[in-house]
Design a binder for this molecule. Structure first.
Ligand code: SF4
Ligand SMILES: [Zn+2]
Length: 368
């Protein structure tokens, strides 16, 4: 009998999930909200985030990244440029009065895929969005997201034909280590693709925000810490405009969930995240280092010991650090840090990563 590898598992999961996508209103975005944010010049302001519903990431349909199930939010039906335009107009209309009254603000337009892929956002819709955004005098920054294969001369000049403001493209670089990016994430992009996108964008004065995944599958906690530190410093060296760490969260319907359910994957400890942020910020004090906190504190997201009071406290600290860039905020101690230290130590001696720490606690109890 043929042994199933994770790519077979991935294919099966995607196929069954694609069938389960629900039909939603084509003319409404997935979500839109306003929040505090930090600009590229380190000033704090407001940002409007719009998550557009599209036909989904083409790469996810082919299997995609092992931690991702964004495809579930996408539309199972064909969407036209008009549908995307209606979604965008709805979001802007909803916050129009607030936006007009702000001194300045930024806009983030995400698709849980690639904004620059015509299959997700047709050229006509992109042009409409750029044109509408250019009418705001107080718009300070614009952020979009894309896989690097769509960051071309053509798409970049399209942006600059309409917009002279600060623009950043978020790219899921995930790790600077080719082997981790390929085998532990299945990202399907090479270092060459990344460097090409960064260099090309520089010519248009467009920044690249590097999304880095903290603790992909198949690697141990200690390796994850070292990989994240090395990846961030390397991304800064090649000229990325900011770093946005994404501590892994176990998405429903991902390969990561498959291993999580078998107790062969544990999301990162918050102690690891504090270490990473402190080290990167210390080494690169003038760079903008951010950390996403979606899922943080929950069992499926980055957490320390379950139910420990420090989970909530550290989550708040990560949010404050992202806004202020003040490294001192990250200093914190809690008794459960000892468990993390033991976990790192025991895992180092293991052939495979440990999974849930209860396994470690049971082992420690056995020997005590
Ligand atoms: S992480 Fe990004 S590139 Fe990878 S499958 Fe998900 S949406 Fe596509
Ligand atoms: Zn604790």
């Amino acid at each position: 009998m043929k042994k199933e590898n994770y790519k077979d598992i991935l294919k099966k999961i995607r196929e069954s999930h694609l069938k389960r996508r629900k039909i939603k209103d084509k003319n409404r975005p997935i979500a839109v909200w306003m929040q505090d944010d930090i600009y590229r010049d380190f000033k704090i302001g407001k940002s409007l985030t719009i998550i557009l519903r599209t036909e989904g990431c083409y790469y996810a349909k082919e299997g995609g990244c092992l931690m991702c199930s964004y495809l579930m939010d996408s539309s199972p039906e064909k969407l036209t440029a008009e549908n995307i335009i209606n979604q965008f107009d709805y979001a802007i209309e909803k916050y129009k009065d607030d936006l007009k009254n702000l001194r300045d603000f930024s806009v983030k337009i995400f698709t849980s895929g690639s904004f620059l892929d015509d299959r997700e956002v047709p050229k006509k819709a992109r042009a409409h969005i750029y044109k509408e955004l250019s009418s705001f005098d107080n718009l300070k920054e614009i952020a979009i997201e894309s896989r690097p294969e769509f960051i071309t001369e053509n798409r970049l000049s399209e942006i600059r034909d309409h917009l002279s403001t600060n623009v950043e493209i978020g790219v899921g670089i995930e790790s600077f280590n080719e082997e981790i990016r390929e085998k532990a994430i299945n990202k399907g992009i090479t270092m060459e693709d990344i460097i090409k996108a960064v260099e090309l964008s520089k010519n248009y004065n467009i920044g690249i925000k590097a999304y880095l995944l903290i603790k992909p599958l198949f690697i141990r906690e200690k390796e994850a810490i070292l990989d994240s530190i090395h990846s961030a410093i390397s991304c800064i060296k090649i000229g990325c405009s900011r770093i946005s760490f994404c501590p892994a969260t176990v998405h429903k319907g991902s390969v990561m969930e498959y291993f999580f359910n078998k107790n062969q994957y544990r999301p990162p400890f918050l102690w690891s995240i504090l270490e990473i942020l402190k080290e990167v910020k210390k080494t690169c004090p003038n760079s903008l280092i951010m950390c996403d906190t979606a899922g943080v504190g929950s069992e499926r997201g980055a957490h320390n010991l379950k139910n420990c009071k420090c989970n909530k406290i550290i989550k708040n600290k990560l949010e404050t650090f992202t806004l202020t860039q003040n490294i001192k905020i990250l200093d914190y101690e809690c008794d459960c840090k000892e468990v993390w230290r033991s976990y790192l130590e025991v895992e180092e001696k293991n052939i495979v990563p440990l999974g849930d720490e209860t396994k470690l606690i049971k082992t420690l109890d056995y020997y005590s």
